[in-house]
Design a protein around this ligand. Structure first.
Ligand SMILES: O=C(O)C(=O)C[C@]1(C(=O)O)C=C[C@@H](O)C=C1
Length: 362
């Protein structure tokens, strides 16, 4: 036996021993999670087992203390899965998402909760909200904005009527693939995708597939399903959808912007506690008076609260003329944020906290 062969055998023995220790430690961690569940249940029979604030703190600590050589993101992802499995011992979570299977929203749900939750595909954003409002699913995941195409107005509008709160956010780098049964771009007559994905690949389509008609469908996964039926068509969708619907990847990463990112929200019945690095989303309205927007924003400046986003939407209601969706830094229980909100309440016709939640970690 050569020296290298001998060393290989020894290293593998060490890996086996380490795997045994890791397994033992993960099992001890799972015992702790079961104990936590018992305490939560004793304190409150209706207790919420999923704690987004605590999960964010665990993942942030792993991320910052990672010694290498594994990448910190990679290490945090491993712990994401361990925690997901521990939570599944406490409670089997059902998470509704904007389907069908293979959408980026499903990928976002799994990125956020890990793979030990049960994900359930819904056909529309409206249905995701309804599923969680009725209690059929514990949580829901919906898209809210894309770095290239802007806000998903349907999701924003739905918050105006929903009692649900935002309890988390997920950011996902979006890579679009051109999927088809065809093997030559010249054979493609039609390209199906969600309207936002078509827009995110506009320049690529103009230069490489200018002959093809662009048809928008309800989701990218729906587009992949259509493309699977017609070899003269293609879909813009995820690599996961290629596998799911048995299509070839005819061209990879065709998005025009290399930083193409979509942000998703986790919606649920209960608010998250402060995690130390949080955001708060607000719905605010005021009558149409000169300076009213300035008045709405001044309490944030006065209390040194940063605004990260502001969107205005038609109110769909005769009483309100403006509705603003505003994201700020901090949790509504933080002193600065609480002071800004109480000042704001004195000026605005409506102030609703849509949720305070941990900033995305992964
Ligand atoms: O700390 C808790 O409350 C737990 O239930 C434990 C734990 C974990 O595995 O670390 C599991 C699920 C929660 O969402 C948060 C954390």
């Amino acid at each position: 036996m050569s020296q290298d062969q001998d060393n290989l055998g020894k290293i593998r023995q060490r890996i086996d021993a380490l795997d045994g220790q890791i397994m033992e430690l993960i099992s001890q961690r799972a015992d702790c999670a079961q104990e936590v569940a018992r305490i939560k249940r004793d304190e409150d029979p209706e207790a919420e087992f999923y704690r987004p604030d605590r999960e964010a703190q665990v993942l942030r600590r792993i991320h910052s203390e990672n010694p290498g050589p594994l990448d910190a993101e990679e290490m945090a992802r491993l712990f994401r899965e361990i925690m997901s499995a521990c939570l599944a011992l406490e409670q089997q979570l059902e998470v509704a998402y904007l389907g069908p299977e293979g959408t980026f929203t499903q990928a976002a749900a799994l990125k956020h909760f890990g793979h030990s939750v049960q994900t359930r595909a819904m056909t529309a954003i409206e249905e995701v909200f309804r599923e969680v409002e009725s209690g059929s699913a514990h949580y829901g995941v919906v898209p809210i904005e894309n770095s290239t195409e802007g806000v998903v107005t349907h999701t924003l509008d739905r918050f105006m009527q929903s009692p649900l709160v935002i309890c988390g956010e997920v950011e996902l780098r979006i890579h679009h693939q051109l999927l088809s049964h065809a093997t030559d771009l010249g054979d493609i007559q039609k390209v199906y995708s969600h309207q936002q994905s078509l827009a995110q690949c506009r320049e690529w389509l103009d230069s490489r597939l200018s002959q093809a008609e662009r048809l928008s469908l309800a989701s990218n996964a729906e587009a992949a399903k259509q493309a699977a039926k017609d070899p003269q068509s293609a879909a813009i969708a995820s690599a996961a959808a290629a596998q799911l619907y048995g299509l070839n990847i005819l061209a990879s990463n065709i998005e025009d912007s290399p930083d193409n990112t979509t942000r998703f929200l986790v919606i649920g019945p209960r608010a998250s506690g402060p995690s130390g690095q949080d955001k708060t989303s607000l719905l605010i309205s005021a009558h149409n008076r000169p300076g009213s927007l300035h008045g709405l924003l001044s309490p944030f400046a006065a209390h040194d609260v940063s605004l990260t986003r502001i969107e205005s939407r038609p109110s769909h209601c005769v009483n309100w003329e403006y509705v603003f969706f505003i994201d700020i830094e901090g949790h509504c229980q933080d002193a600065k944020v609480a002071a800004a909100l109480s000042e704001l309440r004195a000026q605005a016709d409506l102030v609703r906290v849509l949720g305070s939640y941990p900033k995305a970690v992964l």
